[in-house]
Design a protein around this ligand. Structure first.
Ligand code: AMP
Length: 195
């Protein structure tokens, strides 16, 4: 199964992706995680993107597309994958289509977690508090000001990705403001048709 999770930062894509990894035994390909790992490791890509990540803006399409193209070639992604945080622009969505066509792979579903943008700031503040309480590092870009930039980038560039998949007949929309258990159940119901 090849799956895309869509929705603004803080919508719960990471939480759902983690759960689906367990359920289907396919990897979560989070471009945010990959970019943060590159920054931490100080790779050439990491050095190029560090300041962009900290600002909350989007990294250039060519860098992100390159990372995803390499990642889906890894053996663990052969049987499927869950894309989390990619594609974030129409150009990335088109690049993904081309990539999959070249590999003779087909996309299963795109699931959008629809949320109320006004409530996201609260959710992200809670995420930071919980991380702190658990002694985990707080993401620098979960700072409320940076988060606003991330949300603006979503509204400017990424919101257009949803209609892209709707036009291709693969989009499913789930209420991401519902309790986590309900969100999970809705996603499972959608994916039952793809199993
Ligand atoms: P995330 O963990 O998905 O919220 O991503 C964290 C940050 O990584 C974003 O604010 C962007 O700076 C960068 N990023 C992640 N995925 C992408 C993408 N598909 N395109 C551009 N930038 C990205």
């Amino acid at each position: 199964m090849r799956l895309i999770l869509l929705g603004p930062p803080g919508a719960g894509k990471g939480t759902q992706a983690t759960r689906l990894v367990e359920k289907f035994g396919i990897p979560q390909l989070s471009t945010g995680d990959m970019l943060r790992a590159a920054v931490k490791a100080g790779t050439p890509v990491g050095l190029r993107v560090k300041a962009v990540l900290e600002s909350g803006s989007l990294v250039s399409d060519d860098i992100v597309v390159g990372i995803v193209a390499d990642r889906i070639d890894e053996p663990d992604a052969k049987g499927g994958f869950i894309l989390d945080g990619f594609p974030r622009t129409i150009a990335q969505a088109e690049a993904l289509d081309a990539m999959l066509a070249r590999k003779d792979m087909k996309l299963g579903a795109a699931i959008e977690l629809q949320v109320d943008p006004d409530k996201l700031i609260d959710r992200i503040l809670r995420r930071a508090e919980q991380a702190m309480a658990a002694g985990q590092p707080v993401r620098k870009d979960d700072d409320p000001e940076v988060f606003k930039t991330r949300l603006a980038a979503y509204q400017r560039d990424t919101a257009a990705v949803t209609p892209y998949y709707r036009d291709r007949g693969v989009l499913h929309v789930v209420d991401g403001m519902a309790p986590i258990g309900n969100v999970s159940a809705s996603i499972d119901e959608i994916l039952a048709a793809y199993a």
